[in-house]
Design a protein around this ligand. Sequence first.
Ligand SMILES: [Zn+2]
Length: 408
Amino acid sequence: MSQTLFINATIACLDGDSGYGLREDGALLVDTEKIAWVGSMQDSPAAGVAEVVDCKGRLLTPGLIDCHSHLVYGGDRADEFELRLEGASYAEIAQRGGGILSTVNATRSASEAELFEQVLPRLKPLLDEGVTTVEIKSGYGLDSDNEIKMLRVARHIEDELQLRVQKTFLGAHALPPEYADRSDDYIELVCDEMLPNAHAEGLVDAVDVFIESIAFSLAQGAKVLDCAQALGLPFKAHVEQLSDLGGALMAAEKGALSVDHIEYLNETDVARLAQSDTVAVLLPGAFYVLRETRLPPLAALRTQRVPIALATDANPGSSPVHSILLIMNMACTLFRMTPTEALRGVTINAARALGLDQQIGSIVIGKQADIVLWDVDRPSMLSYQVGINPCAGVMQAGTWRSKPGISS
Ligand SMILES: [Zn+2]
């Protein structure tokens, strides 16, 4: 039985309904994979512990959680980024093969091994910043074999790296070129073949759909979520990013884990969202890259006490962002969230958005010991600075992934 005792720590437990749950002069005992004890220094159980880490007043938090990403894909879109800034129109970019379909082509032509090689540098900054759980969506394959290939890469990441990966099937992300003008037929393919095939391989932890004028209609989105429900799978949806189609309310009323983006969510629907267990996932990276101006309804979300999570939305087009700490800063700067809300957004509320809040997301006895030691003494430091990574050590399920140089 391996035990680690953290002493002289400032611990952000995130164990209540609001706030940091801050415990100063704290101690934390990890036994094997679990958090065995947390409390104040004077009560700490000292005897028989193999490893003691003196935190010297520094901050401990739960491992951070990126609950919405599209990290697995082929190629990149830097050329398109450059063309656009040099003045090319969307039509010209599309003509040169740009946009989401260029990523679909690059993903389809890449092997599983190539996709795995390409995802590693995207994961590294997240791992370095104390991310211990990441959600990864399919959605650039857009046919059965290629969606399964993407989800296998996500599974391979969990097998190879010390990281928990939640795999989300997003077959209804965009319309593949071979189904142009036949979106109902494609949704049928998603429901009748693609999703059941991926599920049969054990590759689907949850199902997602993009409901938007440029993607799928409310009725098509509802159909995909019904199919997920029929298979007993949890589900979520990209909704109200560019317009208000009522997707958030529809998904929440069906029992979605989360509704994601929601800049255009109206206040009446926020009140109805509050009646559900659905989490609001805000994605400031896409808001920033697309230079959006419509802010998510933060005041209403707060008043109605809807839990808010944050994520990178890491993807090659609208959010090539691979820093969860930058996302926390953007949430504060762009959305005027508080640092407390930002930290809750990448810990306990992100865990809720993945349906994993009984296992991870806070420092509570019995939960998995995903712990980050930071070279700061207050949680606000994590949201406040840009470009400094104060992560000093990461423990994943009780095992060091990167060990601080201070253990005795
Ligand atoms: Zn997304």
